[in-house]
Design a protein around this ligand. Structure first.
Ligand code: 13P
Length: 250
């Protein structure tokens, strides 16, 4: 099944009021690529201003709390993201799994909370270099996704999975297209096992050092339904060629 590609930017801890112009430029330029879904996941505090700056353009969060409300200092609920104008959120990014010690169970609960509120979700998985070198990358990541997947919620189209090898994030290193194909194929099989035919509709994104120079080659790999882009999503000049590459293979 060919799915509409999704190219999402993850701004991580970058973005001030002065960057709203860049968001507007990206939103405006994305209109020329109707065959691709484009989104930007920005710091929580910027969501409301970003959504106002680019009406109708999908703005997302980078994390969400699993509970609706309560005594969770510093956390943001799914309802709060929606209220601020977000339409999607990332969950389970490796930077949070590592630094905030998020477990697969936490990630699953966060994904469920977000989907339950009507947010689309990009659920991240990926292996360390140590695991890759041991030859266990596929089994490890499949198991990680199995434990992180939200229960069948009937809205699988609103779920995307991002395969982001930790060693490829921000390093300029990228797996071979063969390694990406092998991983995405295994993740697709798991999604079909978990959700039956609806598992075919879950987009599987690749993330980790995606650049204008390598995007098209990556998008041509089977079961690569888009990209989650970090550093190269901060400027329209870098991000839009990646969106154009997705359009070129669509
Ligand atoms: P880079 O594109 O900067 O490698 O980051 C990838 C990433 O972590 C996106 O979530």
């Amino acid at each position: 099944m060919t799915l509409k590609k999704l190219v999402a930017g993850n701004w991580k801890m970058n973005g001030l009021s002065s960057d709203l112009t860049e968001i507007r430029v990206i939103a405006e330029a994305s209109r020329s690529y109707g065959q691709v879904d484009v989104a930007l996941c920005v710091p929580a505090i910027l969501i409301e201003r970003a959504s106002r700056a680019a009406p109708g353009f999908p703005i997302g969060g980078q994390d969400v709390h699993q509970f609706e409300k309560g005594a969770h200092t510093g956390c943001v609920s799914a309802q709060m993201l929606l209220d601020a104008g977000a339409t999607l959120t990332i969950v389970g990014h490796s930077e949070r799994r590592e630094a905030q010690h998020e477990t697969d169970e936490d990630v699953k609960a966060k994904a469920q909370a977000a989907l339950g509120c009507g947010l689309s979700v990009i659920l991240c998985v990926g292996e360390s270099m140590k695991v890759r070198e041991r030859g266990n990358a596929v089994t490890t990541v499949v198991e990680q996704l199995r434990r992180s997947l939200p229960v069948d919620h009937g809205e699988q189209a609103e779920l995307a999975v991002a395969y982001e090898p930790i060693w490829a994030i921000g390093t300029g290193k990228v797996p071979t297209t063969r390694e990406i194909a092998e991983m995405h194929d295994a993740l697709r099989k798991l999604l079909i096992e978990a959700y039956e035919y609806a598992g075919e509709r879950v987009r599987i994104l690749y993330g980790g050092s995606v650049k204008p120079s390598n995007a098209e080659e990556i998008f041509r790999v089977a079961n690569v339904d888009g990209a989650l882009v970090g550093g190269a999503s901060l400027k329209a000049a870098d991000f839009m060629p990646i969106v154009a590459a997705a359009a070129a293979v669509s």
